[in-house]
Design a binder for this molecule. Structure first.
Ligand SMILES: [Zn+2]
Length: 223
């Protein structure tokens, strides 16, 4: 409990620190906005793994910080998972597919305005690094959301020169009928990024950068 209070205080301080750089104030009310965060993988599906670090654990930590940030600032926020498990039924012929299907169902049947699926990458070359966002092809709002988030990550963390990309054949992006995007926070296969992504301070900064990207999205939304 005490740890949670400290985390929220740190996040609030971080928000004040980062928002000092912004001139604009929010032009929307966050009271009615609902955010669904999907920490990728979980349970038997660890996602990308490197040097004993599993994607499922890194993205869950970042998602917890992100949820605290949204809630501390008046948003309503849900997580598709809050521990180390997947969402497939106990007996399943295809856990991965059933897991993703359950996540899509949760988000689709919710009152979420947007969703964010949080992942980490890995690649055969250790030189490759940097965050990137992915959006649903032909969905302008998804593209805008992915762009504001990656711009904010670039501005606040200076960890990437990548651009948002359209993506297809990704179950969640293809099957969730709400505005959302996929955030790949970085590469576990890059030694520097591996170290950063397991550091709570960097995880908080990543959460704050994503949070500010979402704020910018709502600031500029004209639906
Ligand atoms: Zn993943």
């Amino acid at each position: 409990m005490e740890k949670n209070v400290i985390i929220v205080l740190l996040l609030v301080l971080l928000v004040y620190y980062l928002s000092g750089k912004k001139k604009e104030r929010p032009t929307f009310s966050q009271d009615n906005i609902v955010i669904y965060i999907d920490p990728g993988h979980g349970g038997p599906d660890g996602g990308a793994s490197f040097n004993g670090v599993h994607e499922k654990d890194v993205v869950l930590e970042i998602s917890f910080y992100l949820k605290s940030l949204f809630e501390a600032n008046g948003f309503k926020c849900y997580l598709t998972r809050t521990g180390d498990y997947d969402l497939a039924p106990e007996i399943s012929q295809n856990r991965k597919r059933d897991d993703l299907r359950a996540r899509a169902k949760l988000i689709n049947e919710s009152d979420a305005d947007i969703y964010l699926s949080i992942h980490a990458n890995s690649f055969t070359s250790p030189k490759i690094y940097g965050s990137q966002t992915f959006y649903q092809a032909d969905n302008l709002e998804s593209r805008k959301l992915a762009t504001y988030i990656l711009d904010s990550i670039k501005e606040n963390l200076k960890n990437t020169k990548r651009y948002p990309l359209a993506i297809t054949d990704k179950f969640l992006i293809d099957n969730v009928n709400k505005i959302g995007c996929l955030v790949e926070v970085g590469y576990l296969s890059n030694p520097n990024e591996l170290q950063l992504l397991t550091n709570p301070e960097y995880q908080m900064k990543m959460a704050a950068a994503i949070y500010f990207g979402v704020l910018e999205y709502f600031n500029n939304r004209h639906l």
